[in-house]
Design a protein around this ligand. Sequence first.
Ligand code: UT7
Length: 368
Amino acid sequence: MAYAHITGWGMAVPEKILTNDDLSKMVDTNDEWIRSRTGIAERRIAGEGESSATLAVEASLRALEVANLKAADIDLVIVSSSSPEHIFPATASLVQDQIGAINAGAFDLSAACTGFIFATNMAAQSIRSGAIKNALVIGAETLSRFVDWTDRNTCILFGDGAGAFVLQANDEPGGVLSAVMHSDGSGGDLLSLPAGGSKLPTSEATIRNGLHFIQMDGKSVFRFATRVMARATKEALEKAGLEIEDVDLIVPHQANTRIIEAAARGLKLPMEKFVVNLDRYGNTSTASIPIATVEAFESGRINPGDKIVFVGFGGGLTWGAFTAEWSGPLPSERKVLHGWHLFLARIRSVLLRIVRVIEGLIWGRFGR
Ligand code: UT7
């Protein structure tokens, strides 16, 4: 049976920075409160022309470059997002087209901030079963578009960004070792975006009542998060046959430093074992784990052979974790010319659109 190795990783965040001081001019809050209650100092906000798909594409191209893999060799693209481009088509389809993953099936996965854990597990299981060889898993968010900028309970928390992993089949043991996934829909109302779906389609009333914005019972989510982070980590370790002493690093969902500290206490681990970068990005939801991983790697905190736990929680309610033995890119003889492949992908996309228009004209004239 093949193993599912993490062979590529990439991230993308908007340039625009929104600091706590900036927020204090918008709502009744201050830098001291936000830092002490959440750990967040600033977050990135998508500008005009940026969206979940554009950030996802950027992160994906970087991940493919690290993996030295052609987009055409990808079999599966999963985009996890709570702020997709549209209800449909899937953001994953747009990414598939933009990067030129012409042989891939692509779909979105909605599991809020835990989405990247679930998506990576789905991709890893598909590889381990032998069904596919290469997968691209992306967490991408522009939650700033769904935040009520007059609600100090939520607008201080979220930031925009995307992160991506390439997963590849290989006979060498390693890669994703185990995963656990959990849900409790009875707590769905604790963190939700009530309107815009089939239950409450957008209307004048939903807009008037602010139901197209994120709604959150912060305290309940906090209590839930402190309960499940350590528990999910232990479960995933047990499933992989690992002990807590074997863990080199934990990459937790970046929501609140106090939640990560509670997890550290629950696992009796020092905070040095945890990656924390939410001070600079806020809560980027499902993108937070891959973004934190990329930064941990770039700062030399991740090395081949390391045993890492990735653990998250979020709306749904959902929570889960996976363990991995870090391997890095698979050896390859040829360097992939990414710029050239990207150019061909964009040409191909335009040609397909033109062909569809011509096809429509021909059908209009001669078809039935
Ligand atoms: O990915 C999952 C997404 N969600 C989360 O991770 C949320 C988890 N929850 C949390 O992180 C925390 O519950 C929050 C950061 C959202 C809030 O922290 P808290 O310690 O639970 O504060 P609180 O809601 O109990 O509010 C304490 C006080 C209240 O004032 P009173 O009633 O004590 O006078 C709030 O009105 O702080 C006030 N407050 C603020 N003050 C200044 C609430 N938000 C703010 C604010 N600035 N932004």
